[in-house]
Design a protein around this ligand. Sequence first.
Ligand code: AR6
Length: 183
Amino acid sequence: MRIKNTELRCEKGDITKVEADVIVNAANSSLLGGGGVDGAIHRAGGPLILDECRKIVNRQGSCPVGEAVITTGGRLPAKFVIHTVGPVWNYGKNKEDEKLRACYRNSLILAAEKNLQSIAFSNISTGAYGFPKETAGRIAFDEVKKYFIQTLETSIKEVIFVCLDDENFEIYEEMFEREENQI
Ligand code: AR6
């Protein structure tokens, strides 16, 4: 689907293989790596990514939930990695919805500040952090659409939601289908 000059789509696969200007990692506040997509990105991208993460932490401390920082993509096909920290699901008691929205919004703002044209998102918080996938998908889709509807000028021309697991992919496919049938 298209919003103004930006193409949005979903795709099934491994985000470490995606050739976007920037891919968005589901990191933790330490920024020092972990499992899931974070582990895969550091493994595939090599040690330069961790070096830059360390420098960021030395400069500004750990990364709060909902915020985002940017590093090189190292050996990845992507030029950069945005590391954002999703909320841990706690049955909606800790404003998790709002925090997840902030992850998507702040990643887009950062990518536009760097004048990047294409961005690929992982399904933040829907693995180890336990956020229900359907709700997380709706929040991601809605917040990204909102950014493009509300932003007058942005460098971003392409957004890809990259889903590794079938469940997330089906959720995104259905959201795109529903949206396209409405227009
Ligand atoms: N490509 C695309 N998506 C992936 C990949 C991949 N290579 N690998 C996993 N996913 P998770 P979280 C999907 O657990 O829930 C880490 O240890 C996966 O199917 O990676 O935000 C961090 O260091 C799932 O839907 O991130 C944090 O400590 C989604 O990525 C913590 O986990 C997110 O799952 C963050 O947890």
